[in-house]
Design a protein around this ligand. Structure first.
Ligand SMILES: Cc1cc2nc3c(=O)[nH]c(=O)nc-3n(C[C@H](O)[C@H](O)[C@H](O)COP(=O)(O)OP(=O)(O)OC[C@H]3O[C@@H](n4cnc5c(N)ncnc54)[C@H](O)[C@@H]3O)c2cc1C
Length: 527
């Protein structure tokens, strides 16, 4: 988690962190939001520490900080290589300490949004299929990313873009969905993450010839170049026949190696034990003596639900909604622009989660619960669920989802062209028609995970179509969005955020919104 605590590097500053973030995002980030992110960063790390998060320490007892991709100073605070885990545990402990009610294993199906105001959600209890309306003075979506739209991802199974799909279903727009981050080091073949911390601690990326090929792509940053550049570099090496066959190490295969051998076992076990364990458990590799086969994996969603710097969801480029808030990966305040730097996401979650919490507390002050016709919403949700359960169709959920994920991966991956994406959109529509004829094997209401997967499939499809349409409309290359048919950045036309809406009648509609540029003028991005 990045913050200019200056423990490792006294010459660091929030301005340097802001510049790295804006440059890393290929100048698409909103610079007012980035200034808040980087100025508030040191305080939220200390807040977390006071809540009980166990950060790794330096010899002198202060919080340790390591190098991370695209950051010009060593400013990433960490808990070995389990930082997110450490934060999550303490946050949950704190919720319990303050007697906050948690509804585990409920699936939210719909945002109740009337007269420009969020009034609650409709949710389904996975245990027994009960449907309930939760009325609320304010609603916040923190539903994470959409990695499951693709066939190889580091994300968990719930990252299906439900929050985004519910937002567009309520008639609201989403922002910059074409910017999909591929993390360079997904464990081959499963795609789970080998953290950038491994390269932060000194691991190399090598090709079939044993060369550290990043020297050809980002000589000043090498393995710690931003993720978009590093992921493309790996795929260029594979295309050029310098990839590796993981079975026998010969040339011409689909992976590169992440090489830790020179680091020594003691450092590996001290600083990045979890990554060593992942390679050991899943591939039977001892990374202290054998390099790890990796390839890029879908990791992070730069775009999301458009919000202002207080987490209020935007209705349009200029208008705000009432009572609807969002934070975390599903939100887009746009601090990451077209490509997020590693260790800036947990930071965004905490800085903007905190700001949004305060804004919600202010918003609900003195308000009463809005009126909601709960029966109407419950009946509509019941009808929807029953129609999925009763569908006499011919296709299995898994098969349709796999076909969809394969299509998105093939037609809207690291390298894109108009032709490939247009063909992808036609294929997606065909799969969407098949998805209307999905048949469930389990027709019960008791812990029916197949039913949940059928509901998630609807979100994946909506979000995938918006990603692809947004990418088709952006005829330039910027950050993670790389078009081989338009390889240059085009600031004149596309230094703008994509604002996409969806309706069953009109399909996906694309508009654009200006980027806030108040500190750093866009320049060529070189490392
Ligand atoms: C393996 C991995 C390692 C990472 N490491 C780092 C790192 O070192 N540093 C860094 O800065 N970032 C890192 N990231 C990114 C960062 O962890 C995420 O961006 C961040 O955790 C997102 O948090 P979130 O709370 O917004 O969403 P999530 O943590 O994804 O939580 C979303 C929650 O919403 C729930 N949900 C979704 N849909 C529904 C629904 N319909 N109904 C009910 N609940 C729903 C999900 O079940 C989940 O609990 C990493 C990401 C991954 C995957």
């Amino acid at each position: 988690m990045a913050a200019t605590l200056k423990n490792a590097d006294p010459s660091d500053s929030w301005q340097a962190h802001a510049f790295d973030t804006v440059k890393g995002g290929d100048y698409l980030a909103d610079q007012d939001a980035v200034a808040i992110l980087t100025q508030e960063a040191p305080d939220v790390v200390i807040d977390l520490e006071h809540m009980g998060v166990l950060f790794s320490r330096r010899e002198d007892g202060r919080i340790a900080q390591r190098a991370f991709g695209g950051h010009s100073h060593n400013r990433t605070c960490y808990a070995a290589d389990k930082t997110g885990h450490a934060i999550l545990h303490e946050l949950v402990n704190n919720l319990q300490r303050h007697n906050v009610t948690l509804y585990d294993e409920w699936y939210v199906m719909e945002l109740i949004f009337e007269e420009n105001q969020a009034k609650g959600v409709v949710a389904y209890r996975i245990l027994d299929g009960a449907i309930e309306v939760f009325q609320a003075k304010a609603v916040m979506f923190a539903t994470g990313g959409y990695g499951r739209v693709y066939n190889t991802t580091s994300n968990d199974y719930a990252s299906c873009g439900d929050g985004l799909a519910m937002t567009v279903a309520a008639g609201l727009p989403v922002e910059d969905l074409e910017f999909v981050q591929f993390h360079p080091t997904g464990l081959y073949p499963v795609g789970m993450l080998i953290s950038e911390a491994v390269r932060g601690e000194g691991a190399y990326l090598i090709n079939a010839a044993g060369d550290r090929f990043m020297a050809d792509y980002a000589p000043s940053r090498m393995e710690l170049a931003p993720r978009d550049i590093t992921s493309r570099a790996i795929n260029y090496e594979v295309r050029a026949g310098r990839g590796i066959n993981p079975k026998d190490g010969s040339a011409g295969g689909p992976v590169a190696y992440l090489d830790l051998r020179h680091m020594g076992r003691a450092k590996i076990m001290d600083r990045i034990p979890f990554c060593w364990e992942e390679a050991h458990v899943h591939l039977g590799i001892d990374a202290a003596v054998t390099p790890i086969p990796i390839r890029p994996t879908v990791h992070y969603s730069m775009g999301g639900i458009p919000v202002n710097v207080d987490g209020r969801v935007r209705r349009s480029a200029t208008g705000l909604t009432d009572g609807f808030f969002s934070a975390g990966e599903t939100a887009c305040v746009s601090v990451h622009g077209a490509n997020r730097l590693g260790s800036n996401s947990l930071l965004e979650c905490v800085v903007y989660g905190k700001r949004t919490g305060f804004a919600m507390a202010n918003y609900v002050e003195g308000r009463s619960l809005p009126d909601v016709d709960a029966d109407r919403y419950i009946k509509a949700a019941e009808t929807q669920l029953q129609s999925v359960l009763d569908n006499p169709g011919t296709y299995r959920v898994n098969d349709i989802r796999q076909a969809y994920q394969d299509c998105m991966t093939e037609h809207c991956g690291i390298f894109r062209t108009q032709e490939i994406m247009e063909a992808g959109l036609i294929k997606l529509k065909e799969i969407q028609i098949q998805a209307e004829r999905v048949k469930l094997d389990d027709r019960s209401r008791t812990w029916n995970s197949e039913l949940v997967e059928a509901l998630e499939l609807r979100s994946l499809m909506r979000v995938g179509e918006i990603i692809l349409t947004s990418a088709l409309n952006r005829r330039e290359s910027r950050g993670s969005h790389f078009r081989e048919d338009c390889p240059d950045r085009n600031d004149e036309k596309f230094l703008q955020h994509t604002i996409a809406s969806y309706s069953p009648e009109a399909g996906v509609t694309i508009n654009y919104m200006p980027v806030v540029i108040n500190q750093f003028e866009p320049k060529e991005r070189k490392y």
